[in-house]
Design a protein around this ligand. Structure first.
Ligand code: AMP
Ligand code: MG
Length: 402
């Protein structure tokens, strides 16, 4: 067997993980716990909103025709019939021509009125109200069911709920919210040199960064990480833990041992458990990545170097996670900036260059693979397409912020 990886373009890898991504079951949860969760059903309005014509300003409810031609010098004079009370009975108020009602913001428009004059364009003179500016028909009025009509689609399935969404769900009476369950993602690291973050590494040892980073990445995107710890580079123990993780989780992310040297056994173990679909992606960093599955559950073999593993999470695995959580329109903040150094790039692979963006300026962070510092000193990444030979100082780039 060749010692080299058979690399595929990143777009192929993304297409495969999207294909592997299946949402798990759904559940109903209380509205107050639903922020950040992904809707599993379309939500429709249970009532007409608003349920009555209402004012959008503090002012005087009038017949628009009574205000035609009104101005400061010759105001229209209307007779005040009183005040509309917030939350009051809507049946009792009505106006005839030449009359008006004080109505606060959100108050019910009295019968007969069809517009509201803002308070600042009116003046009280005893029981008379001087209107100094005309209003058009329906001006400053929110009409009956103008916002949502009963049965109208309010929020689509697949939306990750924000606090604004929660406010609207409350308005349409959705107090038990249908959401997808959080997928359980198995996380494990392999390497004889790894010790837990709780230990001080001895000679030849390093702390396991990846378990914590990978688990946090999936948690941040709405999954439950399930940690299986550090496993030695040993066929039997690795096989046993990987099998257990597949059985107990919806997908498994394993880092280390993903390349093709004779210590790297992850690909062959995934093959023993199921199927290897991709071994090698034409991206840098992140080439030694494995995509496979067992029992229809995705298993991803991530490179050991934390910075490489993170790029694979950010560029490829995120699509798997979004698909599994049901998130139909995941947000990714992007900014445009100008690169302030030349960045060479090899043709035939996508390069992902960590950068620090400040205002208009993006500074690339170079360094040997294996450095941790670029992870914390960068605030985003730029992609250099496979066909490009690099960037020149001053080139406009799109930075994906992290
Ligand atoms: P490997 O892919 O197993 O050959 O590992 C590549 C490099 O990443 C080696 O220098 C490993 O020591 C390092 N590495 C592997 N796994 C981890 C981990 N979980 N945390 C930090 N570094 C790791
Ligand atoms: Mg290793």
């Amino acid at each position: 067997m060749s010692l080299f990886l058979k690399v595929v373009p990143a777009s192929d890898a993304i297409a495969i993980v999207r294909h592997l991504a299946r949402t798990v079951d759904a559940e109903y949860i209380p509205l107050t716990e639903a922020v950040g969760r992904v809707l599993s059903k379309n939500i429709k309005a249970d009532i007409d909103i608003p349920g009555y014509d209402r004012s959008v300003v503090d002012g005087f409810a009038v017949r628009a025709a009574d205000t035609i031609g009104a101005n400061d010098a010759i105001p229209a004079m209307l007779r005040s019939k009183g005040r509309v009370e917030m939350g009051g009975n809507i049946q009792r108020t009505s106006i005839d021509p030449g009359q008006c009602f004080y109505v606060p913001t959100g108050g019910v428009l009295p019968k007969g009125a069809n517009a509201v004059v803002m308070l600042e364009n009116a003046e009280n003179v005893g029981d008379e109200i001087l209107i100094k500016k005309p209003v058009a028909h329906r001006e400053n009025v929110l009409l009956y069911n103008e916002d949502f009509s009963k049965g109208e689609l309010v929020i689509c399935r697949g939306k990750r709920l924000t606090s604004q969404d929660i406010g609207v769900l409350a308005a349409v009476g959705c107090i038990q919210v249908p959401v997808f369950l959080k997928p359980i993602i198995g996380v494990l690291s392999t390497g004889n040199e790894l010790v837990s973050a709780t230990e001080v590494p001895g000679s030849g040892q390093i702390r396991d960064s990846n378990s914590n980073m990978v688990g946090s990445f999936v948690q941040e995107r709405g999954c439950h990480p399930k940690y299986f710890g550090i496993v030695k580079d040993n066929q039997e123990s690795l096989y046993a833990i990987l099998k257990k993780a597949v059985a107990e989780c919806d997908a498994v992310l394993i880092s280390g041992g993903s390349s093709k040297d004779d210590r790297d056994m992850v690909a062959s173990l995934i093959g023993d458990l199921g199927e290897v679909l991709i071994h090698g992606i034409a991206i840098a960093p992140g080439k030694p990545t494995i995509i496979g599955c067992s029992d229809q559950k995705p298993i991803i073999g991530l490179p050991g170097h934390p910075a490489s593993a993170f790029i694979v999470l950010f560029v490829i695995v995120r699509h798997l996670i979004d698909g599994m959580t049901g998130d139909a329109s995941p947000q990714q903040e992007k900014v445009r900036a100008r690169i302030n150094q030349n960045v060479p790039s090899q043709k035939g692979r996508e390069d992902y260059v960590r950068v620090f963006v400040e205002g208009e300026k993006a500074t690339p962070l170079f360094g040997k693979s294996g450095l941790l510092n670029t992870l914390v000193r960068s605030n985003g990444v730029i992609q250099i397409p496979a066909e490009s030979e690099g960037l020149e100082v001053g080139d406009l780039v799109e930075v994906w912020l992290w």
